[in-house]
Design a binder for this molecule. Structure first.
Ligand SMILES: [Mn+2]
Length: 253
């Protein structure tokens, strides 16, 4: 599904030219929940790999003007690759390295953008010789990729045409009969007259937060959101229309 000219949503990932961007994988989330006494299945990792395999399979037929079309030029992980603050659990080490190796099989370069959960991502990244950035600018597209938990400098915002954030874990809630179903989604709106794209979370254990009701987290979204377009992700990506209209349809009545 094309969100904007030359920018496609491929399942829960965003494709911009030869760059794939994913966000908020939160590896180790189930272990953190288990520690809090919550019983959750521990099969997030194989699910995650299967989901990514599906995304890569869809990319196979994409048009490209590069000779080595098989691999993506780069994959940007836009923050919160791993879940736990402060320490790295044994499972996180194992899974994070495995995930990075898996991604490396599909691209020439991995770029890690720091999220608020990634305080000590350094040691993991160093083990694989991957750079960790506070933000990453995709030249040629004028696209600024940052996690979105805080605002970058105004100079950076000034020179961007597109800003791509994660952090928010957006979803949209729909009522069907008496049930309310949540779908992960992309938002496309504006921030300071720049195009703003909010990526869904790639953590498959959580549904995300529906902006229609929940409070916003990112400072980029502390603004009027009625004109933001919603693209929901299910078996494919669906254009849902504007957030303001969805809010008015109020499913709580
Ligand atoms: Mn975050």
């Amino acid at each position: 599904m094309q969100l904007l000219k030359g920018i496609h949503a491929v399942d829960l990932a965003l494709l911009l030219g030869d760059t794939l961007i994913i966000s908020d994988v939160h590896i180790g989330f189930e272990e953190a929940l288990n520690k809090q006494g919550m019983m959750v299945p521990r099969d997030h990792f194989p699910q995650l790999i299967a989901r990514m395999e599906g995304i890569f399979a869809r990319l196979q037929g994409r048009p490209t003007n590069r000779k080595k079309a098989k691999k993506l030029r780069q994959i940007i992980v836009n923050g919160d690759l791993k879940h736990e603050f402060g320490t790295i659990s044994e499972q996180e080490w194992r899974h994070t390295l495995k995930f990075l190796d898996f991604l490396k099989g599909h691209c020439e370069k991995i770029i890690l953008v720091r999220g608020n959960h990634d305080t000590i991502l350094g040691p993991i990244a160093r083990k694989r010789g991957i750079e960790v950035h506070d933000h990453f600018f995709i030249e040629g597209h004028g696209a600024l990729v940052c996690h979105g938990d805080k605002l970058p400098s105004s100079e950076l915002i000034q020179k961007s045409k597109i800003i791509i954030i994660g952090h928010e874990h957006p979803s949209v809630a729909l009522r069907s009969g008496s049930r309310v179903e949540k779908y992960k989604c992309f938002y496309v709106g504006q921030y300071q007259r720049r195009t703003l794209i909010v990526l869904p979370s790639l953590n498959l254990l959580t549904e995300g937060s529906a902006l229609m009701h929940d409070d916003v987290l990112s400072p980029f979204l502390k603004q009027r959101l009625d004109d933001f377009e919603v693209f929901a992700v299910e078996d494919k990506v669906y254009r849902f229309g504007k957030l303001g209209r969805l809010r008015k349809k109020d499913f709580s009545s």
